[in-house]
Design a protein around this ligand. Structure first.
Ligand code: ATP
Length: 272
């Protein structure tokens, strides 16, 4: 169906080791998804309802998406990412069908983890003030979401993770037992976590002897998110490569060689 276009479940390649800090959340998540995604059939055989989902909440850019991807990868499960705002806008008038299609696609791709990013846009409190035209649609989409979640019971190895920066804006019905009944906070990184994120981001870069990552993880980066830190690492790395290239070109010019070897580093071997 048209509504399914762009929904392509795949097993992600993100690893928990690539995510700096967040040790507790990682451990909880690992434990939480293992039964429903890896041993769902066993739970069903014993007549035990598996955990269905959890909510990741916290400021933007602190690893919610990374965690969800790593969780799916860990179980070799498919990952189906759905953006809340996109679900409303891209499938205008078809949003409820889109919700049904998402769950159907997940069941087909089971074991599968569905990730609803910015879930507050489709699961805000119902009956709020305003009464805007869009509100009735939003309420129907949320109802459909709840119906699909409840309908998952005992059917396929499907787990739901949702993310939001505004947990207080969510309709409480979403967080009832059997739905997103675990809340996991994904906070701004503290200094050890900032160090871990910098180190993870620079894992494959050779560092100069005077680079003091632990120092950088201190006050200088207070208040930065994981996304900010990985951007700092990216800029430092690209600046270093630019310097290296400039030095190679200067060396080549001084020695009368045309151009420079890109990526070959210094000391290219002479032709045999
Ligand atoms: P949003 O609420 O904006 O969707 P998010 O919490 O889902 O944000 P991510 O998408 O997981 O954030 O992170 C954005 C980028 O920031 C990642 O792709 C990664 O480069 C970097 N990043 C964030 N947190 C971490 C972390 N803990 N370790 C390593 N990199 C991180």
């Amino acid at each position: 169906p048209a509504v399914l276009r762009g929904l392509a479940p795949e097993v992600p390649d993100t690893r928990f080791e690539d995510i700096g800090g967040l040790q507790e959340v990682k451990a909880t998540l690992r434990e939480m998804i293992e039964l429903p995604l890896c041993h769902g059939k066993r739970l069903a055989a014993y007549g035990l309802p598996p955990p269905r989902g959890a909510l990741l909440y916290g400021p933007p850019g602190c690893g919610k998406t990374l965690l969800a991807r790593a969780a799916a990868a860990r179980c070799g499960a498919n990952f189906l990412a759905v953006s809340g705002p996109e679900l409303l806008q891209k499938w205008l008038g078809e949003s409820e069908a889109a919700v049904r299609a998402v769950f159907e696609a997940a069941r087909q791709a089971s074991p599968c983890l569905i990730f609803f990013d910015e879930v507050d846009s489709i699961a805000g409190r119902r009956g709020g003030a305003g009464g805007a035209a869009g509100e009735a649609t939003a309420a129907r989409v949320l109802n459909q979401l709840l119906v699909e979640m409840d309908g998952l019971a005992g059917r396929g190895e499907v787990f739901i993770l949702a993310a939001t920066n505004r947990p207080q804006a969510l309709d409480p019905a979403l967080l009832r037992p059997g739905r997103l009944d675990h809340l996991l906070q994904v906070p701004l990184p503290d200094p050890p976590a900032r160090l871990a994120i910098l180190a993870a981001s620079l894992r494959r870069c050779p560092l100069a002897a005077d680079v003091d990552l632990a120092g950088l993880a201190g006050e200088a980066t207070e208040g930065m998110s994981g996304a900010d830190l990985s951007e700092v690492a990216r800029r430092a790395g690209t600046a270093a490569i630019r310097e290296l290239v400039a030095a190679e070109q200067a060396w080549a010019a001084a020695h009368g060689q045309a151009g420079s070897s890109s990526g070959g580093g210094a000391g290219a071997a002479p032709p045999a």
